[in-house]
Design a protein around this ligand. Structure first.
Ligand SMILES: Nc1ncnc2c1ncn2[C@@H]1O[C@H](COP(=O)(O)OP(=O)(O)OP(=O)(O)O)[C@@H](O)[C@H]1O
Ligand SMILES: [Mg+2]
Length: 1102
C-alpha cells in the first residue's frame, strides 16, 4: 500500500487531501484507469465496475488475501471478505456485508465474489462441500428467474436479495436463508425497448430439448410469445441455451426433485401461454361491452397442461364477481379490463413462482434449529434510483436506501462513539445529516406517506391517485423534505419540472420526483378472487399451491396486507437483522452508462458518490480524531525522536508518548490522551512530521550499514526533506524485534486496525506480523494527487530495485525469526518429545489394558500380582497392586456379617497380644473362638452361677487352679462375663470366687505352648480374697483375649498382659515368686508339675 509498491493515488480516501469532491473523483478515476477498481474508506470498500475480467480473482488471490490482514495488500474485495469471515469465525461476531450501488454497478458480482471467497476458505469435507455447492448454486437459479437484461445492465437483478450464510462454531458452513424483496413483476408482461423479460423464458426456449418443449407445448421461437419483446431476444455474451442446462443442474444440486423442476417449467410456460391468450370485445344484449377469448387453441393447451378448466378460466378472465351482503353479482369486463386481468394473473403467477423457488431453496439449505450458529448476511439490494419517471417501485426502493443510510450512519458513529467512551475522551458530536426525518416522513405509522397510501387504499368512497396526492399535500404542506405543485404554489415558487400529479421528496441523496399514477393500484396489488379460485382448482400441484386463498375453505374477507405495508415490515425485519451484526460495506459504482471497459464518466460517478454519501462517509470517519494508536506501540516507534525518551525511558508508556508529542508543538485540540491510546485529530500534520523526522535518522545510518538501511533510506529520500542530525540508535528503533507499529487511523476502521501488526517495510507481511505502516498511505496519497519531484527514471528504478531487495532481505530475516519463534514447538527438537510422549502413552495404555485382562483372583489371601513389563512402571505397578489388594479387602469386609466382624476383631486382639510372643498362638489362629466349652447353654445349673444381671457369658471353661501352697491342681469352672471373672468348684452350684474386672490388675502368661496364666488382682481387692490366682486353661489365648477386651469395655483401660516365665503371685501379706520352666513337651500336653523351692518360690515345669 505504498508509493514504493507502485500504488496509484490514495488507497484509502480517509487520507485524501484536500477532502473534496474533485480530488475524490480524480483519485477514483486515476485508480480506475490503472485497473485499480477497489479503494477503501477505512473499512468500507468502494468498487468501481471494470466491465472486464481482471486477473485479480481466483484461488491464487484467495490464498494471498487469506494470509494477510486488511491493510497489508492492495484494497480488494477478498480483504473485506477475509476480515468479515475471520471476525465471524475467531471472534464470534455475526457479520453482514451490505452491497449497495445503482443498477449495473456490480453488486451481484461483488456478492458472488464474497461468497466464493468465503466458500474457498471456510473448511473442507464432503458434507461441507455439499453445503457450499448448494449455497453457490442458488445464484444461477435465482438469477435465471429474477434477473433480466435492462438498458443499464445485461444481467440486472430485478429483486432485492439478502442471504444469511450460517456457520458452525468452527466456521464451517451449515446452510443459509435467503430473503427476497420486491420482484419487478411488471416486467413479466411488459418491457422497455431494448430490454428483455426474465432470463428463464429465453433460456427455456433456447435450451430445452425438443421433447421438453413439446411436453410444455411451447415453440422454440421467442417471437411466438407476446410477453417476450420481439426486438431483443439475445444478449451479447450470454448463452441462454447453456445457461438453461446450468440452471437445471443447479436445481438438481440444490435438491429440487425432477417433478418439481418439471412443474416449475410448466408454470413458467403457463405464463408465456397466458400472454398469448387473445381477448376480444363482445356484444352484449344489454349494451354493456363484454369480452371473450378468441384463440381457442392456446387456452385448450393450458387446460391440458395445467388441468385448468378452460371455460372457468375464460369466465374468470372476462368477468368479475362482486360479493354483496345478499348475493354475488357478476359483472362483465370489457376487453381492456380483461387484458388487465390476464396480465395481473400472469404477473401474480410469476412472482408467486419466484417466491416459491426462494422458499424451496431455503428448505434445502436451512439449518436445524438446535444448532448454535454464526451468521454472515450478504445484502445485494437495489441502490438509490432516480429515473426520468419515478413510480411506486422507485419510491419503495429509495425508502429502503434511506433506511440503509440510517444504518450506516448510526453504526459508524456508534462505533466511533463507543471507542471514545471506552477511552474516556469527550465526544464532540459529528455534524452529519441525520436522515431520520425522511425515514419518518415515509414510514411513520400514522402520519407517514406509506400509512397514507394504505389509508387511501382501504378507505370507502372515491379513491384514486389524485385523492392520495391531495392527502399528502394537505398533511405535509409544511414538511421541509416534501414538495409538490400545491406546496410550491403556496410559497409562490415556480418550478417547471414539477408535474401536477407528482410529489417530490428531498432524500439524503438528492431530490426525487415521483409520479403518483399507479400508486394505489400497485399498493393494492389485488388479484380478483375469481382468478385465484380458478388457479386453486387447477389439477397441478405447484400451481394450486401458489394460490392458497383460492380455496373456498380458506376464503377470508380480510384484505391481505398492501404491497407497501409488506415492504415496510420486511425492511424493518432486515434493519433489525443488520443492527444485530457487525457491518461491512461495499459501495459499488458504475463508471459509465454503456457497460464499457475503461470509460470513466466523472459526472455519472459524481452523482453516485453523492448519493452513496462517500464524502460524508469520509468526514464521519475523520470526525473526531483521525489517528489513534496504543501508547506502547506509538512510543516504540517514535521514542527515538525525543531526547527525553531516547535512548532510555523508564517512565510509563503514556508519559513517554506525552513527551514525544509534546515536542511537536500541537495545540491541545489536536491531541487527546485516552486510557490506552493517544488520539491525533488531523490526519496530516503531526504524523507526517513524526514520520519525516524519523526516517532521515535511518538515512544517515545507511552510511554505516548499507545493507539493512537501504530501504529506510530510500523511504526517507522519497518521503521528504532532511530531518534532524544523525542519531546512531535509529536503526534498531526503526526495525525493532517485533516490528515497529505505526499509527492507526480512525478511518482505518478500528475493528481491523486492532489486529494489524506490521513492519515498517513497504512489502506485504504475514498475517501475524505487527501493524502495517499506515503513514505511508498518507505519503503515497500525497504523491497520488501531486506529482513527485522529477528524478532520472533509471536512477529511480535502480533505487527502487535496491529498496525492494533490502526490504525482502529484512523481511526474510524477520519472518524467519518470527516463524522460528512461533513454530519452535513444532520443530525437530520438539518432535522427539512428541514422539516419546506418544510412545509412552501407548505403552502405558498397553500395560493398563494388559493388566485389566490379567488381574489375579479376588481371594484376599491371593497376593500374586503380575510383574511390570518395563522398569518405569515399577512404582505404578506396586501402587496398583496395593490399590487392588485394598479393594479386594474392602469387598471381603463388605460381605462379612456383624458376628463375623466381632469374631475377627477378637482374633485381631489376640494377634496383637500374642503374635510372636506365645508359642501356642499360631495354632490358635485357625480355630474359632467358641466361648462356651462346658455346655453352659443347656445347663441351667451352671447358668445360675453367673447371677441375674450379668449379661452374656463370654467364656465358660474348665480351668485348673494351682494351689500356691503345695503346687497341686484342682478343677474349677471359670466364667468370664462382661463385668466379672467367676470361679467355682466344678461340683458346687454356688460361685466360689467372684472377681470384678476392675479388680484385675493384669495377667501373666508364659511364652510356651502351655495354658498357665496368673490373674493378678489389685491390692485393694486382695483384701478379703486370698490373693492372685495361678490357673491353667486349654484355651488360654481365647480366655485372655476376651478378658482383655472385656476389661477394656468395662474400665476403658488396657489390661496389662505380660508374657514372662518369672512372675510373682501376691497373697494377703506375702508373695511367691513363680518360675516356669519348659519341659520336654513344651507345655503342649497340658501337664505341669510344681515344685516348691522354699516358702517363697514355686518352680513350674510345663
Ligand atoms: N468485478 C467485476 N469484474 C468484472 N466484471 C464485473 C465486475 N463487477 C461487475 N461486472 C460486470 O458488470 C455487470 C453488472 O454487474 P452486476 O450484475 O453485479 O450489477 P448490479 O449492481 O447487481 O446491477 P443490478 O442492480 O442491475 O442487479 C456484470 O454482469 C459484469 O459483466
Ligand atoms: Mg444485481
Amino acid at each position: 500500500m505504498t508509493l514504493l509498491e507502485g500504488s496509484v493515488g490514495v488507497e484509502d480516501l480517509v487520507l485524501l487531501e484536500p477532502l473534496e469532491q474533485g480530488p475524490l473523483l480524480k483519485n477514483l478515476q486515476l485508480r480506475y484507469e490503472h485497473k485499480e477498481i477497489y479503494t477503501y474508506i477505512g473499512n468500507v470498500l468502494i468498487s468501481v465496475n471494470p466491465y472486464q475480467q481482471l486477473p485479480i480473482y481466483g484461488p491464487e488471490f484467495i490464498a494471498k488475501y487469506q494470509d494477510y490482514t486488511f491493510y497489508e495488500l492492495e484494497p480488494h474485495i477478498y480483504a473485506l471478505a477475509n476480515v468479515a469471515y475471520q471476525s465471524l469465525r475467531d471472534r464470534d461476531r455475526d457479520q453482514c456485508i451490505l452491497i449497495t450501488g445503482e443498477s449495473g454497478a456490480g453488486k451481484t458480482e461483488a456478492s458472488k465474489l464474497v461468497m466464493s471467497y468465503v466458500a474457498a476458505v471456510c473448511g473442507k469435507g464432503e458434507q461441507v462441500n455439499s453445503v457450499k455447492e448448494q449455497l453457490l448454486q442458488s445464484n444461477p437459479v435465482l438469477e435465471a428467474f429474477g434477473n433480466a437484461k435492462t438498458i443499464r445492465n445485461n444481467n440486472s437483478s430485478r429483486f432485492g436479495k439478502y442471504m444469511d450464510i450460517e456457520f458452525d462454531f468452527k466456521g464451517f458452513p451449515l446452510g443459509g436463508v435467503i430473503t427476497n424483496y420486491l420482484l419487478e413483476k411488471s416486467r413479466v408482461v411488459k418491457q422497455l425497448e431494448g430490454e428483455r423479460n426474465f432470463h428463464i423464458f429465453y433460456q427455456l426456449l433456447a435450451g430445452a430439448e425438443a421433447d421438453l418443449l413439446k411436453a410444455l407445448k411451447l415453440e422454440r421461437e421467442t417471437r411466438c410469445y407476446v410477453y417476450l419483446n420481439r426486438k431483443v431476444s439475445t444478449v451479447d455474451g450470454m448463452d441462454d441455451a447453456s445457461n438453461f442446462k446450468a440452471v437445471q443442474s443447479a436445481m438438481a444440486v440444490i435438491g429440487f426433485s425432477e417433478e418439481e423442476i418439471q412443474q416449475v417449467l410448466e408454470v413458467t410456460a403457463l405464463v408465456l401461454k397466458l400472454g398469448n391468450v387473445e381477448l376480444a370485445g363482445e356484444f352484449q344484449a344489454n349494451g354493456i361491452s363484454a369480452s371473450g377469448i378468441c384463440d381457442g387453441r392456446g387456452i385448450q393447451e393450458i387446460e391440458e397442461m395445467m388441468g385448468l378448466n378452460s371455460e372457468e378460466l375464460e369466465k374468470a378472465l372476462c368477468s368479475r364477481t362482486m360479493k354483496t351482503a345478499k348475493e354475488n353479482v357478476v359483472t362483465a369486463l370489457n376487453v381492456i379490463q380483461a387484458q388487465y386481468a390476464r396480465d395481473a394473473l400472469a404477473k401474480n403467477i410469476y412472482s408467486r413462482l419466484f417466491n416459491w423457488i426462494v422458499n424451496r431453496i431455503n428448505e434445502s439449505i436451512k439449518v436445524g434449529t438446535g444448532e448454535k450458529k454464526k451468521v454472515m448476511g450478504v445484502l445485494d439490494i437495489y441502490g438509490f434510483e432516480i429515473l426520468e419517471d419515478n413510480s411506486f417501485e422507485q419510491f419503495v426502493i429509495n425508502y429502503c436506501n434511506e433506511k440503509l443510510q440510517q444504518v450506516f450512519i448510526q453504526m459508524t458513529l456508534k462505533e466511533e462513539q463507543e471507542e471514545y467512551e471506552r477511552e474516556g475522551i469527550p465526544w464532540t458530536k459529528v455534524d452529519y445529516f441525520d436522515n431520520g426525518v425522511i425515514c419518518n416522513l415515509i414510514e411513520h405509522n400514522q402520519r407517514g406517506i406509506l400509512a397514507m397510501l394504505d389509508e387511501e387504499c382501504l378507505r370507502p368512497g372515491v379513491v384514486n391517485d389524485t385523492t392520495f396526492l391531495a392527502k399528502l399535500n394537505h398533511l405535509f404542506s409544511k414538511h421541509t423534505h416534501y414538495e409538490s405543485k400545491v406546496t410550491q404554489n403556496a410559497q409562490r415558487q415556480y418550478d417547471r419540472t414539477m408535474g401536477l400529479s407528482s410529489f417530490r421528496i428531498c432524500h439524503y441523496a438528492g431530490k426525487v420526483t415521483y409520479n403518483v399514477n399507479g400508486f394505489i393500484d400497485k399498493n393494492n396489488d389485488l388479484l380478483f378472487r375469481d382468478l385465484s379460485q380458478v388457479m386453486w382448482k387447477a389439477r397441478h400441484p405447484l400451481l394450486q399451491s401458489l394460490f392458497p386463498e383460492g380455496d373456498p375453505k380458506q376464503a377470508s374477507l380480510k384484505r391481505p396486507p398492501t404491497a407497501g405495508a409488506q415492504f415496510k415490515s420486511s425492511v424493518a425485519i432486515l434493519m433489525k437483522n443488520l443492527y444485530s451484526k457487525n457491518p461491512n460495506y461495499i459501495r459499488c459504482i458504475k463508471p459509465n452508462e454503456y457497460q464499457q471497459r475503461g470509460q470513466f464518466s466523472s459526472e455519472l460517478v459524481a452523482v453516485q458518490t453523492r448519493y452513496l454519501g462517500l464524502l460524508e462517509n469520509v468526514r464521519v470517519r475523520r470526525a473526531g480524531y483521525a489517528y489513534r494508536q496504543g501508547y506502547r506501540p506509538f512510543l516504540e516507534r517514535y521514542r527515538l525522536l525525543s531526547r527525553s525518551t531516547w535512548p532510555c525511558w523508564n517512565g510509563g508508556d503514556r508519559e513517554g508518548v506525552e513527551k514525544v508529542v509534546g515536542e511537536l508543538s500541537l495545540s491541545s485540540e489536536e491531541l487527546a490522551f485516552g486510557k490506552t491510546k493517544v488520539f491525533i485529530r488531523s490526519p496530516k500534520a503531526p504524523m507526517t512530521e513524526l514520520e519525516f523526522s524519523r526516517c532521515p535518522w535511518s538515512e544517515r545510518t545507511r552510511q554505516g550499514d548499507k545493507g539493512v538501511c537501504t530501504t529506510l533510506a530510500g523511504e526517507a529520500r522519497l518521503l521528504g526533506p532532511p530531518g534532524p542530525p544523525f542519531h546512531p540508535a535509529a536503526l534498531s528503533a526503526a526495525v525493532p524485534p517485533g516490528g515497529a507499529a505505526a499509527p492507526e487511523t480512525a478511518a482505518a476502521g478500528h475493528a481491523h486496525t486492532e489486529d494489524l501488526p506490521g513492519l515498517a517495510l513497504p512489502l506485504p507481511l504475514p498475517a501475524d506480523a505487527e501493524e502495517p505502516d499506515r503513514h505511508l498511505h498518507l505519503v503515497s496519497g500525497q504523491h497520488g494527487t501531486s506529482a513527485p519531484k522529477p528524478q532520472p527514471l533509471a536512477l529511480q528504478k535502480k533505487r527502487y530495485g535496491k529498496i525492494k531487495a533490502s526490504a525482502l532481505l529484512i523481511q526474510a530475516f524477520v519472518r524467519g525469526w518470527k516463524a522460528r519463534k512461533n513454530y519452535r514447538k513444532y520443530f525437530r527438537s520438539g518432535a522427539a518429545l512428541t514422539l516419546a510422549n506418544f510412545i509412552y502413552k501407548s505403552i502405558t495404555r498397553k500395560f493398563l489394558l494388559g493388566l485389566k485382562d490379567n488381574l489375579p483372583s479376588t481371594n484376599i489371601l491371593d497376593k500374586t500380582w503380575p510383574a511390570a513389563p518395563y522398569k518405569c512402571f515399577h512404582t505404578a505397578n506396586q501402587e496398583l497392586r496395593q490399590l487392588f489388594y485394598r479393594w479386594k479387602c474392602k469387598k471381603f469386609r463388605d460381605r462379612l456379617s456383624l458376628k463375623q466382624v466381632e469374631n475377627l476383631r477378637e482374633k485381631l486382639s489376640a494377634s496383637e497380644l500374642f503374635k510372636d510372643k506365645k508359642a501356642s498362638y499360631p495354632q490358635s489362629v485357625p480355630i474359632p473362638f467358641r466361648g462356651d466349652y462346658i455346655g453352659l447353654q443347656g445347663n441351667p445349673k451352671l447358668q445360675k452361677l453367673k447371677g441375674g444381671a450379668e449379661g452374656p457369658v463370654l467364656v465358660a471353661d474348665t480351668v485348673k487352679k494351682v494351689n500356691r501352697g503345695n503346687g497341686k491342681t484342682s478343677s474349677r469352672i471359670l466364667l468370664l462375663t462382661k463385668r466379672h471373672v467367676i470361679l467355682t468348684d466344678t461340683k458346687k452350684s454356688q460361685a466360689k470366687t467372684v472377681i470384678g474386672l476392675d479388680s484385675v490388675a493384669g495377667v501373666s502368661v508364659t511364652s510356651f505352648k502351655d495354658g498357665l496364666f496368673s490373674l493378678h488382682l489389685n491390692e485393694i481387692s486382695s483384701v478379703g480374697s486370698k490373693g492372685d490366682f495361678l490357673l491353667v486353661s486349654e484355651h488360654v489365648i481365647e480366655l485372655l483375649t476376651k478378658m482383655y477386651r472385656a476389661v477394656l469395655d468395662a474400665t476403658q483401660k488396657q489390661l496389662p498382659v505380660t508374657v514372662t516365665e518369672d512372675f510373682s503371685l501376691r497373697f494377703k501379706e506375702s508373695s511367691v515368686a513363680v518360675k516356669v520352666i519348659q519341659g520336654p513337651e513344651g507345655g503342649r500336653n497340658g501337664k505341669l508339675s510344681c515344685k516348691k523351692k522354699g516358702s517363697r518360690c514355686l518352680e513350674v515345669t510345663v
